[in-house]
Design a protein around this ligand. Structure first.
Ligand code: SF4
Length: 325
């Protein structure tokens, strides 16, 4: 008998069906915000892996208004699914990094667009001021809202190395405050960051499971042209493990998911940067092809989300620089 996907892990479409009785699709927006890790407020130069062009589909350009980007995104998807509804996904850069009135105008402009049924706001853990959180708490009472934090790693040594400009304590604090307001709270992590071993990464699943996270996106590290990390790779390739073989990454993801709290919704397992920007790894797989391979392997391994959650007597503790068990 074929095992349904939701017995393997908590998948995002099943999660969305609890909120919406129809199909919903996220539309990525570039709202023209900047990033405090590039302008000196939190740091200079940005995260070492970041080239922001990778998150902007053709239909979203900074000079276009939020409503124009949403209408164009709707046209793109409505060809296939005329009855689709949409979530406005504030994705590029740091979407809580502006003064409150300007932020409100952009979020509310999105919600006024026909068939937009909610917001997803991507940001950094050190960019959620109290005033904005109170506004979002109120907004959350009458629309679907999710705040998605770039966590990337639970290890401060890694966070420093990739120049994130925040600590894991910032993540724990922001996720805790947001969830305490009743707002759906998501996270995003990168597997394969330099200096992190298989055990570090799998241990991260247990650490993040302590947070009140509703959803998690897991991505492989992608080496992108023009980034500081791409230069570091040229200088010291031995420092990187880029999962040349997709099967090795699939087995890592399965180990990770087995250690993840069973109720966290896993939204993605991979990301896809434009081919002309990507140095490695290039598996040539579309998202649905990756997911099909992952599910097949999970069944072969008799794996499921949470199977090894808190299974181990060894608790993995990150104490700043030290990774101890
Ligand atoms: S990944 Fe996000 S926080 Fe880091 S530099 Fe890029 S936009 Fe800024």
């Amino acid at each position: 008998m074929d095992i349904p996907t939701h017995f393997l892990y908590n998948d995002f479409p099943t999660f969305l069906r609890k909120y919406f009785p129809y199909k919903v699709q996220k539309i990525s927006l570039n709202a023209g915000f900047t990033c405090p890790n590039r302008d000196g407020t939190k740091g200079w130069g940005g995260c070492t892996y970041c080239n922001n062009q990778t998150f902007n589909p053709d239909y979203c350009r900074t000079e276009k208004s939020i409503s124009t980007q949403l209408e164009e995104g709707k046209c793109f998807f409505a060809r296939k699914y005329p009855d689709m509804k949409y979530l406005a996904y504030f994705q590029a850069y740091t979407n809580t990094y502006a003064e409150l009135e300007g932020l409100k105008r952009k979020y509310e402009e999105a919600l006024e667009v026909k068939d937009v049924v909610g917001l997803v706001i991507g940001t950094r853990p050190d960019c959620m001021p109290e005033g904005l959180l109170h506004y979002l708490e109120e907004l959350n009472r009458h629309t679907f809202l999710m705040v998605e934090y770039g966590i990337e790693s639970a290890c401060d040594k890694t966070l420093r190395r990739i120049n994130r400009g925040h600590t894991y304590a910032d993540t724990a604090e922001a996720v805790g405050r947001t969830a305490a307001c009743g707002i759906l709270t998501g996270g995003h992590v990168i597997l394969g960051l330099p200096g992190e071993t298989h055990d570090t990464m799998v241990g991260q699943a247990e650490i993040l499971s302590e947070l009140p996270l509703n959803t998690l996106k897991i991505h492989q590290l992608q080496l992108i042209r023009g980034t500081r990390m791409a230069h570091e790779y040229v200088d010291n390739p031995i420092d990187f493990h880029l999962f040349a073989e997709v099967d090795e990454y699939i087995d890592l993801v399965i180990d990770y998911v087995e250690h993840l709290r069973p109720d966290i919704v896993v939204e993605r397992f991979v990301s896809q940067s434009p081919k002309d920007l990507l140095i490695a790894p290039d598996w040539g797989l579309k998202n649905y092809e990756f997911v099909a391979r992952l599910q097949k392997r999970m069944k072969e391994r008799d794996a499921y989300q949470g199977k090894k959650y808190k299974d181990s007597e060894k608790r993995i503790i990150f104490a700043d620089d030290k990774f101890t068990t």
